[in-house]
Design a protein around this ligand. Sequence first.
Ligand code: TGC
Ligand code: FAD
Length: 393
Amino acid sequence: MPVFKFKGVDFIEFDSLLTDDERLVRDTARRFIEDNLVPIIEECNRAGRFPRELITPMADLGFFGASLKGYGCAGMGNVEYGLVMQELERGDSGVRSFVSVQSALCMYPIYAYGSDAQKDKWLPAMAKGEKLGCFGLTEPDFGSNPSGMRTRAVKSGNEYILNGEKMWITSGSIADVAIVWAKSEEHNDRIKGFLVETNRPGFKASDVHGKWSLRASVTSGLSLQDVRIPAENLLPGSDGLKSPLGCLNQARFGIGWGAIGAAMSCYDTALQYSQVRKQFRDQPIASHQLVQEKLAWMVSEITKAQLLALQVGRLKDSGKVGHQHISMAKRNNVWMALECARMARDILGANGIADDYPVMRHMMNLESVKTYEGTHDIHALIIGESVTGISAF
Ligand code: TGC
Ligand code: FAD
């Protein structure tokens, strides 16, 4: 069990900017995380175990495809969805990752680019957590630059035959279906999305071992060797790189909120620790100016991050959000959270390296979050392109 109970972070009455429904969703998610994830996460992290037992309870709370409408999904607003992500990542980035992938990267493309039959088949089962998904975009030689991908789909009668390798795929080996992005010969090598059931012959998922980060999340490589899928498994509305990037917008938005949760956990731990840990003249370390400066930095940056995420959420709700806005939220808030984790680790002294406290786990997790869904620097280039009109990739 954690040493300190989380007290929440609200320096400028941020809660007054939320609706009653948004606060209710946040508080429900917060209670769930406190009762179900916080007590087991350190054991999961040590063992490198994804807590599968939380899938059904999370589904029951409407966490999967939370912002989608119909098909058994909760139909939450974007800010409500963001607040759920915040609370999940306050628990652990790996568990938030699982929900992001299921929702934003698998259910969303089926919802946005799928046929009615595909939606009916997959979305209700995925909302219930009965079917799990993964999203295969990255390849061993194409991370930041997915347009170079080598995975190909070739039409043969009523089937597509897929060949290729995907790397660093969250939930790869536990998924029932993979959304595989491939260049389609039939479509002049434009990138298309395909639903690949993971029990098809020729499909193999092998887990990445030895991770120091996201240890409570499954990460896999996918190998597709002459995998035959029926032609109706093509996502008919997908067309070009903008289709997977459209999914990434959803997931990056969730990360922009999620990172605030990890930062809150680190700040709250550091604050409570500094109030009870005494050094020099029997004074709590919170009385030292240099410690206060760190706490002031953290609470200021968390507050700014909350306002940024909220405004991007409001823009998204009103249909006015641009992908450059989402990039700013992802980039700034993950950077901020990582800095908070490092400062909190420092304030905890030697205790900061032990898993009696959540800080070092968050810090290691956030190193992945900084890289995936577009690295920190790629998001700088997206913002740079938006303000200058010049692409620097
Ligand atoms: P570029 O020529 O700029 O764009 C190609 C087409 O896409 C359009 N576009 C977008 N559309 C929707 N949303 C966006 N965010 C978009 N960004 C660009 C663009 O208008 C164009 O449309 P069209 O109609 O002209 O075809 O493409 P580029 O090849 O130069 O690349 C741009 C770049 C570098 C920004 C992009 O490739 C990129 O974002 N790279 C980062 C890759 C990445 O984020 N991978 C993530 C993999 S999934 C993952 O990490 C999951 S972790 C999950 C977890 O556990 O939480
Ligand atoms: P690279 O692209 O090789 O980048 C290495 C460095 O070069 C970075 O610092 C980058 O910023 C810099 N760089 C690259 N290009 C430029 C440039 N033009 N200008 C300046 N700097 C540049 N992918 C999926 O498809 N699905 C998943 O579910 C998924 N889950 C993941 C889970 C984890 C735990 C991790 C770590 C990754 C996951 N990814 C997933 C992959 C992730 O999206 C990629 O790692 C990420 O896009 C970066 O690609 P890369 O690792 O190949 O780094």
